[in-house]
Design a protein around this ligand. Structure first.
Ligand code: F1P
Length: 363
């Protein structure tokens, strides 16, 4: 019998191939994607998915607003199905960019159908072209190297995130997207090194001790900008794999209430960026001062930070292209905590690989 979590661990550690595969998949469709974006350049643009892919769409929408210079909204697919009129002006055809590993999640398929029924179009990103969602889409991007055996999404999420970044780079164009494009171009050379670096970072005794600590009852994952979607995804990993209460927050929101839960039973993980790094670090230091355990994931270790642990990405990438590097350390932290709690990350409680519903009238 396989060791508990062996599929999840393998998938986390082999994600480099899915980053690279995602870049190739978008490159192969670049003209068609650019065409579709241009055809719908004045239409409302929605990004969507369910669970992990919804969080991915939050991160991608932030990047698209910033680089594509067009307003767009991320929403769970179920909202498109249940409340389309609360999202879209009556009668306006929209473009939907939707993510789904399985391509079979009922709400995702129904959301795509609803957008097409209003005269809109669907660009679907998934891991298998031969699935309902990708087949019905006007355009599909298949990240085959992201396919997984595990229920919990890790490698697939990373691959679909890179695909989303590459699509945003196309929307931005060469001038506006210059740093994003140059960062993405460096990913293939960096991918395996970055994942190995994450493995070594999470094997560090101090960090391992922290994530395995049974006295930790709640986890906060803080991220701003595109990293808020990653914080949501990391919190979901801790819930799914470790059955620990985990809450994602925009970094400075931590002071507006959740701070009252900062004590020795809380672990606060900050995904720090470049812009606002001082202000973000100050939140972690404050939580630490109140007795919470604090960990930062950051490009370069800041001098003199009072924290319990720190993961330095040391990627040299521009901030816009760096997001995928935060994933492996976070996924491995959740994995290690699950194993320490006697749980099997390959068999998360109550979960199935994708949700199939009878949406009846709603679809
Ligand atoms: C999405 C999903 C997520 C859930 C879990 C398993 O499926 O069901 O909702 O968080 O990680 O996958 P999919 O639409 O990406 O196949």
């Amino acid at each position: 019998m396989d060791a508990p979590g062996s599929s999840t661990r393998d998938e986390i550690l082999s994600q480099a191939a899915s980053w690279i595969g995602a870049l190739e998949a978008v490159r192969a469709q670049a003209d068609a994607i650019t065409d579709l974006l241009r055809r719908f350049s004045h239409a409302p643009l929605l990004l969507s998915g369910c669970g992990s892919p919804y969080y991915l769409s939050r991160s991608a929408a932030t990047l698209l607003r910033q680089y594509g210079q067009r307003f767009c909204l991320a929403t769970p697919a179920s909202e498109i199905v249940l409340h389309p009129d609360a999202l879209l002006p009556a009668g306006s055809p929209a473009l939907l960019l939707i993510f789904s590993r399985s391509g079979e999640t009922s709400e995702a398929v129904a959301a795509a159908r609803a957008v097409q029924a209003r005269g809109g179009a669907v660009l679907a990103v998934g891991c298998d072209a031969n699935t309902t969602l990708l087949r019905m889409a006007d355009l599909a991007v298949e990240v085959a190297a992201g396919r997984e055996r595990s229920v919990v999404q890790t490698r697939s999420f990373a691959g679909m995130l890179v695909a989303a970044q590459a699509i945003v780079a196309l929307a931005a164009g060469e001038q506006r997207g210059a740093d994003l494009l140059s960062g993405l171009a460096s990913l293939p050379d960096l991918a395996a090194v970055a994942v190995e670096r994450a493995r070594v970072a999470v094997a560090d005794a101090q960090l391992l001790h922290l994530v395995r600590d049974a006295s930790i009852e709640r986890i906060f994952v803080l991220g701003s900008g595109t990293r808020y979607g990653l914080a949501c995804e990391a919190a979901l990993k801790f819930k799914e794999m470790t059955l620990t209460n985990a809450e994602p927050l925009h970094v400075l929101e931590f002071r507006h209430g959740p701070m009252s839960l900062a004590d020795s039973r809380a672990l606060v993980i900050g995904l720090l960026g470049d812009a606002g790094a001082q202000a973000e670090l100050a939140v972690l230091q404050e939580a630490h001062g109140l007795g919470a355990r604090a960990v930062a994931l950051v490009e370069r270790a800041p001098a003199g930070a009072q924290l319990d642990a720190l993961v330095a990405l040391d990627s040299g990438l521009p901030e816009a292209a760096r997001d995928v590097l935060y994933l492996a350390p976070l996924q491995l932290m959740a994995f290690e905590r699950a194993i320490a709690r006697g749980l099997d990350p390959d068999s998360p409680r109550h979960l199935v690989p994708f949700v199939r519903l009878d949406l009846g009238q709603a679809s």
